[in-house]
Design a protein around this ligand. Sequence first.
Ligand code: ADP
Ligand code: MG
Length: 267
Amino acid sequence: MRASAAVAVELEGVSHVYVNSRGAFPALEEISLQVAQGEFVSLIGPSGCGKTTLLSLISGLLTPTAGLVRVAGEPIEYPTSRVGYMLQQDYLFPWRTIYENASLGLELMGKLDSAAKELVLELLHDMGLSEFADRYPHQLSGGMRQRVALVRTLATEPDILLLDEPFSALDYQTKLQLEDLVAITLRMRNKTAILVTHDITEAIAMSDRIVVLQPNPGRIKAFVDVPAAIRETLPFQAREKPGFHDLFHKLWGFFHEMDVRGETANG
Ligand code: ADP
Ligand code: MG
């Protein structure tokens, strides 16, 4: 974490146990983590290690069984507009136009005034979607629909974005293009972001720092800083930078130690 920047997200000894009729399932144990304002952090780890649970705790959708989650210094107990959550599936409503989908969050919050409408149009423009504002989701490609979902998330002006595998349902070329677009958009607006991905190359290309989680129960295995030369380059070009492959092998090594070969076959 950059020492000078304010802390945007802080987890202190966070554990989470799911309880249902079949018993109690510890999903996360003793997670302590700080994310600085403007920092981009990726969470990687094998399936079931608690990545989505961690995002749900930060968003306030879940309350931890133990420990504390703070956003901008305040304990978080329920979802707030400070934190935007974008999922793998775009969840656009088929009967609403692109503009109506993009402005949905603002509408639900009762904040769709003329300034907010301007912002939605500006974001649609930045995402190359201006001419599709009056179309419907089924008329757009998967990558375009994810861009609409990103506009909807950004339109409520959250300080922190939680991105749960937002690119994983897209074809490889679209995913690479979208990585650059998202990186540019978030940097321009100095947003803090936490990305969950199963793609090691994506984590390296997009992040300032990577948190590796191990399963059963989910714990932090390692914090890995991404070298400046890679951080300062947009994701597509970052893959060509010296140091990229060394870092890939280091992270790959962690997965081997966890004995979950084949879980992350990308790159
Ligand atoms: P990831 O996103 O890393 O794949 P999750 O956070 O979805 O992991 O899940 C972590 C663990 O918690 C898994 O073992 C999963 O089966 C379990 N889990 C997730 N949601 C629930 C739930 N609602 N009830 C019980 N167990 C759950
Ligand atoms: Mg998940």
